[in-house]
Structures are given as structure tokens and as C-alpha cells.
Design a binder for this molecule. Structure first.
Ligand SMILES: Cc1cc2nc3c(=O)[nH]c(=O)nc-3n(C[C@H](O)[C@H](O)[C@H](O)COP(=O)(O)OP(=O)(O)OC[C@H]3O[C@@H](n4cnc5c(N)ncnc54)[C@H](O)[C@@H]3O)c2cc1C
Length: 404
């Protein structure tokens, strides 16, 4: 394996600057408004699409065309430094694209991933629907059913998905469903539900604590009929896999889990972006704000808080970049992706809370962005695997035991 290096290439430095400039000029100034409105920020998506920041080509550039693995965390940190709600509105379709890439054939990837984005003139959205009202962390407990009708080569989907980013408003929904209830998580498969398919509707739209510019809703599937070609992978591969599992062999592939594994360092970098934004803001505030006749940063209690914040951010970035680098080389040994994601969630929550403390009253009101960043940060302890699920994954990896 090549040696891990922190050296970014010329292309990566340019990418970092390009995303940062968009985040600073377009995203950051719009953050408070779309947090208040709790709506998908379509004008920002349009601007992002115009410059190529919202689109499958961007995703391909940072994920596939990058050998080091560092381009995606670099880009995510800058994007979410701008604003995490808008960042998630831009990246939400990527969850569907990742689901298709993880489980689909190359032909399916080419057919469906571009449809998750559309074009700059006609923007589309994608959604990845795995979680259910009675099954979030417990992915083996999904109940949404997919039944195959041989005569018409059709899959019929029924069930309810919840907490789905872009759920119900997406053009392409990638849905994880049970094909053999006796096999638990190994008896699941992923399906593309094409635009306008009858029977798929939006249930409740959730009002959220943070990342409020990102749409989150239930997705109800009522006799949703999709052609056999919408099963990601192929029927032959699925039948083969299920036969192996029934024979007692270990399952080698399961769509939802692969998606989460590959996206954890990217999610970590998003949380890192929020932490850095809050740290930079409170550092400047501490230099400007005068109390007892001197800038508050001259008090060790404030300066040391900032020193700790800077250190946590640097440590989190190292873990995140290394995890992204290892993930690119299929080199995970001790669940380093989960380590990065868990650490980044904790760092973002802690750093944003300390930032509020440094701002005092100004940290608690909406005139300053820090209270919003604190609300945004908390999701990183919850989605894409909660803090406790990361602990479970890590403890199993380091011990080789089935920790419960
Ligand atoms: C804003 C938002 C966007 C989301 N977007 C998507 C999306 O696009 N697609 C999608 O499919 N899902 C999405 N989710 C769902 C998200 O992934 C789940 O909320 C998450 O996996 C947790 O599941 P849960 O909410 O059912 O919590 P539960 O699984 O019920 O967990 C509740 C608590 O119990 C703990 N817990 C559970 N099991 C264990 C255990 N074995 N050991 C120790 N502790 C345990 C958890 O850590 C947590 O603290 C989103 C959620 C939110 C809030």
C-alpha cells in the first residue's frame, strides 16, 4: 500500500478553493434564511448546478477520479463550512447515487445516477430510503416488502420509510426492501423507483432541530410496481446470493450496509466543516469583544478553550482523511470509517457548544450563526449510524467478538 500523505495535489488545492469560494459567497450568506424557511433552497441548488457543484459529474470527480481518497473530505469540509443545511440539500441526492453505485450494475449506474441530478436547467433530486418507523439502527428489522411477480417481471413494493432526506420530493427514490423475510438483513435488496411511479407518496414532512434547509419526510409505498430492471444488481445475482445465505454461507453483499460504509468519512468531513466554521467565528469574536477593558481572548479561560477547539479539529481532520484514504484502498482494519464519523460528530457538537459559550449572549441568539451551527451539528451524532452504533461497529472490529 502506498504511504499515507497529507500533501494535497494542485488539483485538490484548486478544488478546495473553488468549493470554499462558493460556500463563502453563496451558501454562507443564505444559511439563516433557509434555516428559517425550512424549505429546499432551490435558487442555491440552481447556482450550484450552474457551476457544476450540484451534479453527478462533481460526485464522480471527487469520488471516482480521485486516487488518493482525500478529494471528497476536502470538498465536504468546505461546503459544510458554508452551511450544513444547504450543504445537505446539495449533497442529499448523493445518498441515492451512492446507493445505486454500491448495489447497481455499471449499466444501472449510468442510467440512474445522472437522473438523480438532472441538468442545470432542469434540476432533479435523489433520495435513499432505508430507515423505517420501527427500524433505524436495527437494519435487520426493515419490514418494507418487495415481492416478485414472475409473469410480468415486476417487483411490487409495500411499506413506510421514515426520516428520508428528499423523501417524497425526489425524482429517483432508492428503496431498501425485504425480499426474503426469513434471512434478516441478508434477505434485503435495493430498488430504484423511477420518477412518477404510482403508489409512492410523501407522508409527514418533519420540522427539525437543525439542517432545516434539507427536506426530511416519510415515504409511503403502496403497491408500487417497478420493472425487474429496477432491482439494483441483477435477479440472477440476487438469487445466487440468497441461495448462498440459505445454504449457511455468509452474505457478501448487502446494499444498505455498503452504502453506509463508503460514506462515513465523507459524513465526518461534513461535521468537521461545521466545527471549523464555529471555531473560526468564535476566535474572531474573542479578539473583537472587549470585557473588563481587554479583548476576552486575553483571558486564559477563553484562549485555552480555543486552543482545545483547534486541537480537536486538527485531530478530527487527521482521522477523517486517513479513514478516507484507507477506504479508497479497501484498507479498513479497525472500523476507521466509523471512528472518524463518531469523532467528528462529537467534535462538531462540542466545538459549536463551546463557541456559544465564547459568544455569551450573542451565542444564544439568531443574529449570530453559532446557535444554528450547534443545532446543525447534533445530527452528526444521529444519522448514518448513531454514536452508539459506531461504538458497536468499532468494538466488534477491535475485539473480534460479537458485542451486543
Ligand atoms: C435529519 C435526518 C435525515 C436522515 N436521512 C436519512 C436518509 O436519507 N435515509 C435513511 O434511510 N435514513 C435517514 N435518516 C435516519 C437515520 O439514519 C436514523 O435516524 C438513525 O439510523 C437512527 O435510527 P432511529 O432514529 O430509528 O433510532 P433508534 O435505532 O431507535 O435508536 C435510538 C437510540 O438507541 C440507541 N441504540 C439503538 N440500538 C442500539 C444498540 N444495539 N446498542 C446501543 N445503543 C443502541 C441509538 O444509538 C439511539 O441513541 C435520517 C435521520 C434524520 C434525523
Amino acid at each position: 500500500m502506498a504511504e499515507f500523505s497529507l500533501q494535497l495535489s494542485e488539483d485538490q488545492l484548486q478544488l478546495q478553493k473553488w468549493v470554499h469560494d462558493f460556500a463563502e459567497e453563496v451558501i454562507r450568506p443564505a444559511g439563516a434564511e433557509w434555516d428559517r424557511r425550512e424549505e429546499t433552497p432551490w435558487p442555491i441548488l440552481e447556482e450550484a448546478a450552474k457551476i457544476g457543484l450540484y451534479g453527478w459529474e462533481f460526485l464522480a470527480e471527487i469520488m471516482m477520479n480521485d486516487k488518493s481518497g482525500l478529494s471528497s473530505p476536502v470538498a465536504m469540509e468546505e461546503l459544510f463550512w458554508g452551511d450544513a443545511g444547504i450543504g445537505m440539500a446539495i449533497m442529499g441526492s448523493g445518498l441515492a447515487a451512492a446507493g445505486i453505485a454500491a448495489a447497481g450494475t455499471p449499466e444501472q449506474v449510468l442510467e440512474w445516477v445522472p437522473q438523480c441530478y438532472g441538468t442545470a436547467d432542469d434540476i432533479k433530486l435523489g433520495a435513499f430510503a432505508a430507515s423505517e418507523p420501527d427500524a433505524g439502527s436495527d437494519v435487520a428489522a426493515y419490514r418494507t416488502r418487495a415481492v416478485y411477480e414472475e409473469a410480468t417481471d415486476t417487483w411490487v413494493l409495500n411499506g413506510t420509510k421514515t426520516w428520508i432526506t428528499n423523501g417524497g420530493i425526489a425524482d429517483i427514490h432508492v428503496v431498501v426492501a425485504v425480499v426474503d423475510p426469513k434471512l434478516g438483513a441478508a434477505g434485503q435488496a435495493s430498488f430504484v423507483v423511477p420518477p412518477g411511479t404510482a403508489g409512492l407518496s410523501q407522508g409527514q414532512k418533519f420540522s427539525k432541530h437543525g439542517i432545516r434547509a434539507s427536506h426530511t419526510a416519510e415515504v409511503v409505498l403502496n403497491d408500487v410496481r417497478v420493472p425487474g430492471s429496477c432491482l439494483l444488481g441483477s435477479k440472477e445475482r440476487l438469487d445466487e446470493r440468497l441461495a448462498k445465505v440459505r445454504d449457511g454461507q455468509k452474505s457478501t453483499s448487502q446494499g444498505a450496509m455498503q452504502t453506509f460504509e463508503n460514506t462515513r468519512p465523507i459524513v465526518a468531513a461534513q461535521a468537521l466543516g461545521i466545527a471549523r466554521a464555529a471555531y473560526e467565528y468564535s476566535l474572531q469574536y474573542a479578539k473583537d469583544r472587549v470585557a473588563f477593558g481587554k479583548p476576552i481572548i486575553k483571558n486564559q479561560s477563553i484562549a485555552f478553550m480555543l486552543a482545545d477547539m483547534a486541537t480537536e479539529i486538527e485531530a478530527t481532520r487527521l482521522l477523517t482523511w486517513r479513514a478516507a484514504w484507507l477506504g479508497k484502498r479497501k484498507g479498513f482494519k479497525h472500523a476507521e470509517g466509523s471512528m472518524a464519523k463518531m469523532k467528528a460528530g462529537r467534535t462538531a457538537v462540542w466545538v459549536t457548544e463551546r463557541s456559544m459559550q465564547i459568544l455569551g449572549g450573542a451565542g444564544y441568539v439568531t443574529d449570530h450563526p453559532v446557535e444554528r451551527w450547534h443545532r446543525d451539528a447534533k445530527i452528526y451524532d444521529i444519522f448514518e449510524g448513531t454514536e452508539q452504533i459506531q461504538q458497536l461497529v468499532i468494538s466488534r472490529a477491535i475485539s473480534g467478538l460479537r458485542i451486543e
